[in-house]
Design a protein around this ligand. Structure first.
Ligand SMILES: CC(C)(COP(=O)(O)OP(=O)(O)OC[C@H]1O[C@@H](n2cnc3c(N)ncnc32)[C@H](O)[C@@H]1OP(=O)(O)O)[C@@H](O)C(=O)NCCC(=O)NCCS
Length: 171
């Protein structure tokens, strides 16, 4: 397994992973699958803002998973905090790919001066919570029943990691 920056030709595979998660999981709290245009627009927006989109690939360069981060909230006071997402192909989960992707995102975030990374997940998403806790994230928020999908209430869990101690900027 290799991890590299995503290229435009990876976007269809990224789209397939995302849409499968929409259909089968509560990783994304929506039932609306995206189109290729939606994902290309997202990809170009991330790239143009200097935000990372990375993929884990197998021996034939096939996409096994992807990860990215973007703004946590729009107001400038949140500019040193980013929210990330990670999706691994269900056929190859539990083989260390999610760990590899999150570890690489942490490195990239550190280099770009991000102070806090935030993962926002369904409280029943044991795999994601385990992955984050193994990489030093803490559960710092829990909001019961703020979402719904598949005929049940969903609880939102915030997992945060302070990347490096630093003085706050002057403004
Ligand atoms: C969450 C997700 C990214 C994890 O990816 P993965 O490649 O399966 O995870 P890894 O194999 O790297 O496992 C990382 C750690 O979490 C643990 N873990 C993974 N799945 C687990 C599970 N279902 N239950 C308990 N622990 C689990 C592993 O044991 C591993 O710990 P270790 O490194 O000490 O052995 C993957 O399940 C996924 O894509 N889920 C759907 C999308 C999603 O929910 N994304 C998260 C929203 S941000």
């Amino acid at each position: 397994m290799n991890i590299r920056n995503a290229e435009p030709h990876d976007v269809p595979a990224i789209l397939d992973l995302y849409n499968r998660a929409v259909r089968e999981t509560t990783a994304a709290w929506t039932t609306r699958e995206e189109t290729l245009d939606d994902r290309l627009t997202w990809f170009e927006a991330r790239k143009s803002q200097g935000l990372p989109v990375i993929v884990a690939v197998g021996s034939d360069d096939e996409v096994l998973g992807f990860a990215s981060y973007g703004p946590f909230r729009p107001k400038e006071g949140y500019r040193l905090t980013a929210e990330h997402t990670i999706y691994v192909d269900p056929e190859v989960q539990k083989q260390g790919i999610g760990r590899g992707l999150l570890a690489r995102l942490l490195e990239i975030a550190g280099v770009h001066g991000i102070h806090v990374l935030v993962g926002v997940v369904d409280s029943d998403n044991k795999a994601s919570i385990a992955l984050h806790e193994k990489l030093g994230f803490e559960k710092t928020g829990h909001m019961p029943q703020v979402g719904t999908k598949f005929g049940r209430w969903l609880n939102l869990v915030f997992l945060t990691k302070v990347l490096s101690p630093m003085e706050p900027p002057e403004r």
